[in-house]
Design a protein around this ligand. Structure first.
Ligand SMILES: Nc1ncnc2c1ncn2[C@@H]1O[C@H](COP(=O)(O)OP(=O)(O)OP(=O)(O)O)[C@@H](O)[C@H]1O
Ligand SMILES: [Mg+2]
Length: 504
């Protein structure tokens, strides 16, 4: 079949970084084409060039044999190219319907009948299978729901090429299933889909062909994905073999370190209790909306508790707000690190140093030398791709920003309880295994660690015990010896008989 979308000798540089060098590959009509590579390999850069948002220094993009000289997002849009970026582009102050309108009917924004708009958008969403209220403000939606609205926006437009940059990184498994069904539908209509993901399972499930980038260069091109193995792809991405990503090993567990008794709050009405021992890594699994993040915010005092107590090392502590929790030795690395964590306009070094503890003291009093050492250590350890620790964090790739923020929390001193929400979202396989190693090390030193993740393989891979949340309650408790994908998923699904549950 004819090559529908072609990248010809594409190069793109930023100050101090050659993001892409001489990349060429092509994609057949109606193919779902995967794009993989470590954080900073150049995936999003390639997608940005395709979107018309930026132009290449060299090279050419062709669609159906025709060179695309477009210079703006609008040009690309007219050429039938729609891009869903890694960083969501929705306008938070507008409603779902208004956001969809913006994307769907460019230039016709003059007079809009609000009621009709809501009805049309509502019908469209229902048809696509996305369950969000068209009149809701984007700001009031969860990250997953926002992502679904972005995707709806792309589907509603009759695009020739759709590029999705890590679309599932904030979706629950159920939402991902809806997305995958949409992709199938688009594929059968002949749309070319460029799909960026760090999740090999998804890549194998969805993609017909695959390109691997490494350090901005083409590392491999596989026209037929059925001819490659996972290990081969991992080796092509990181340039070395990684045999066991999880690397879990048993630890001696000590006395009870964290105890949460009957906490509840405005969003979680049912009292929740659990405990974690010294050296234990406890996982929380659940679908998006199950209440995991709300639960952590209550424990940490980021949201107001109606009742309940938090006990650390046998003594009830005051943890009614984050500064109190931090003083008690408990830190929370939040899920939305982009929003809660990154200080734009500051360097990597500074971003890593503004730890939770130091958050409440001015920048000035930090020890510069120690800060620099710490930054360099984590840049090396987590393989952050950057010319220097002085680089403004905003210039890093999405995954590398995540690594910096994680480094901040993982390097914190004197922590007894670490709660970490979605520890490896958007992070490449190589760095993932380094992060898990750090978690094992910290647990080995006696820390109690709570990991929240919506990636079941991850929770099963790295934790000692899993609590499953469903509709705001703890629905099940699994010891590591009892881990079973089907049973855990079944416990997470509201009111679905076990035999209908398919492991992903
Ligand atoms: N505006 C910019 N200024 C300087 N460097 C940049 C800029 N944008 C991107 N880069 C650099 O270009 C390189 C490629 O980044 P890109 O975002 O394409 O990576 P990626 O493959 O999408 O990674 P991730 O998996 O983390 O999303 C990185 O080293 C990044 O730091
Ligand atoms: Mg990216």
């Amino acid at each position: 079949m004819q090559d529908f979308l072609e990248f010809q000798s594409i190069s793109k540089g930023y100050p101090g970084v050659q993001a892409l060098s001489d990349v060429s590959f092509s994609v057949r009509k109606g193919a779902v084409h995967g794009l993989m590579g470590e954080n900073g390999a150049g995936k999003s850069t390639l997608i940005r060039l395709l979107s018309g948002d930026q132009s290449a220094d060299n090279g050419e993009i062709r669609i159906e044999g025709e060179a695309q000289g477009y210079r703006s997002v609008r040009d690309a849009f007219r050429a039938g190219v729609i891009v869903i970026h890694q960083e969501l582009q929705l306008v938070p102050e507008l409603t779902v319907a208004e956001n969809l309108w913006l994307g769907h009917f460019p230039g016709k924004g003059g007079v809009i009948d609000r009621r009709q708009l809501l009805r049309v958008v509502g019908e469209k969403l229902a048809e696509i299978g996305i369950d969000v209220d068209p009149s809701a403000k984007i700001a009031s939606l969860s990250i997953g729901e926002r992502q679904m609205v972005e995707i709806a926006k792309a589907v509603m437009l009759d695009a020739r090429v759709i590029a999705l940059d890590e679309p599932t990184s904030s979706l629950s498994s159920r939402e991902s299933e809806i997305l995958f069904a949409l992709i199938e539908r688009l594929r059968s209509n002949g749309t070319v889909i460029l799909y960026v993901s760090h999740r090999l399972d998804e890549i194998f499930r969805l993609c017909d062909s695959l390109t691997v980038l490494r350090d901005g260069k083409l590392a491999a091109h596989h026209p037929d994905i059925s001819k490659v193995t996972r290990d081969q792809i991992i080796a092509e991405m990181v340039g070395r073999e990684i045999s066991n990503i999880w690397g879990w090993r048993g630890r001696d567990l000590g006395a009870e370190r964290l105890r949460v008794d009957a906490i509840c709050g405005p969003k979680l009405k049912t009292p929740l209790s659990f405990s974690v021992r010294r050296g234990e890594i406890l996982g929380f699994f659940g679908l998006i909306g199950a209440g995991r993040s709300e639960m952590t915010r209550l424990v940490y005092g980021a949201d107001r508790r109606h009742q309940g107590t938090v006990t650390i090392d046998g003594a009830i502590v005051r943890a009614d707000n984050p500064p109190q929790s931090i003083r008690a030795g408990m830190v929370l690395c939040p899920e939305d690190r982009k929003f809660d964590g990154i200080v734009q306009g500051r360097s990597i070094e500074e971003n890593m140093a503004i730890s939770s503890r130091r958050h409440f003291s001015p920048f000035g009093i930090l020890n510069r030398k120690k800060e620099a050492e710490l930054a360099d250590r984590f840049i090396a350890k987590l393989r952050v791709r950057t010319p220097s620790r002085k680089q403004d964090i905003i210039n890093l790739s999405g995954g590398n920003q995540q690594k910096v923020i994680l480094g901040r929390w993982l390097s914190e001193q004197g922590v007894k309880v670490l709660i970490i929400d979605e520890p490896t979202r958007g992070i490449d396989v190589g760095a993932k295994s380094e992060i898990y190693e750090i978690l094992y090390e910290l647990a080995g030193q006696g820390m109690a660690i709570v990991v929240i993740s919506s990636e079941l393989p991850e929770v099963m891979g790295i934790t000692d015990r899993i609590l499953v949340m469903c509709q705001g309650r703890i629905a099940a408790d699994f010891a590591r010896t009892d881990f079973d994908e089907r049973r855990i998923l079944a416990a997470a699904l509201p009111d679905v008989p076990t035999e209908q549950v398919q492991p992903s």
